[in-house]
Design a protein around this ligand. Structure first.
Ligand SMILES: [Ca+2]
Ligand SMILES: [Ca+2]
Length: 191
C-alpha cells in the first residue's frame, strides 16, 4: 500500500509522467462524482416537481370545480402529469386521493363498540359507518376529491428509475428510488 502511494507521489512529481496514466487513475473517481451529482440532481428535481404538482392538484381540488367531459379524479391525474413535465410515468405512479369528514379523522378507523374487549374490531361488533359503505373500515377515507368542507388527502408514490447502475448500487432498490409526496387540505364551502 505504502509502496503504491509512493509510486503515485513519484508519478505526480515526475513532470514527464504520462498524462494518460494520471487520467486513468482519476477517471473512475471523476465519473462516479459526475454521475452521482447528476442522479442526485434529477432525484431532487423530480421530488420537488411531485410536491408542487400535488399542491397544484389540491389547490384545484379545494375549489370544487367540475372539468368539462372528465371526472375530477381524471383531471387531477392529468394536472399532476402536466406539472411533472412528463418525468413521472402516470401508469406507474400511485396516486391516492382520500376524503375524510375532518382533519383529526385522517387515516383513522371507524369507531366501534369493542364487545369482546380485545382492542380490535371483530365481525358482529357495533360500528359507526362514517363513510356509508356498509362495512367497518380500518381507514375511513373515501376515494375521491370529496364534497364541500371535506378534508382531502392527496398522495403520490413513484419509483423513480435511476439513470445509471452506479447510483443503483448505493441507493434505492432494483435500480429504482421511491419518491413520495402527500398533502392534506380542506375543501371550500362551495355549496
Ligand atoms: Ca373486538
Ligand atoms: Ca364504512
Amino acid at each position: 500500500m505504502l509502496r503504491a502511494i509512493r509510486h503515485l507521489i513519484r508519478l505526480r512529481r515526475d513532470d514527464r509522467g504520462s498524462p494518460a496514466i494520471e487520467f486513468g487513475l482519476a477517471a473512475p473517481v471523476l465519473v462516479t462524482i459526475v454521475v452521482g451529482t447528476m442522479e442526485f440532481g434529477m432525484l431532487m428535481f423530480v421530488d420537488i416537481l411531485m410536491e408542487s404538482a400535488l399542491r397544484d392538484a389540491a389547490r384545484w381540488g379545494i375549489t370544487g370545480q367540475l372539468p368539462n367531459g372528465q371526472s375530477r379524479m381524471a383531471y387531477i391525474v392529468d394536472l399532476i402529469d402536466e406539472r411533472t413535465l412528463g418525468l413521472v410515468d402516470m401508469s406507474e405512479a400511485n396516486i391516492q386521493v382520500l376524503t375524510y369528514p375532518a382533519y383529526d379523522l385522517v387515516g383513522k378507523g371507524e369507531s366501534f363498540v369493542d364487545g369482546n374487549g380485545n382492542g380490535a374490531y371483530d365481525a358482529g361488533e357495533t360500528y359507526t359507518d362514517t363513510n356509508g359503505n356498509g362495512a367497518w373500515d380500518q381507514d375511513m377515507g373515501v376515494s375521491g376529491a370529496g364534497n364541500a368542507d371535506s378534508v382531502v388527502v392527496y398522495r403520490i408514490t413513484y419509483d423513480w428509475p435511476l439513470l445509471t447502475p452506479i447510483a443503483g448500487a448505493f441507493i434505492g432498490h432494483d435500480g429504482k428510488y421511491r419518491l413520495r409526496a402527500a398533502i392534506a387540505v380542506k375543501n371550500e364551502p362551495w355549496d
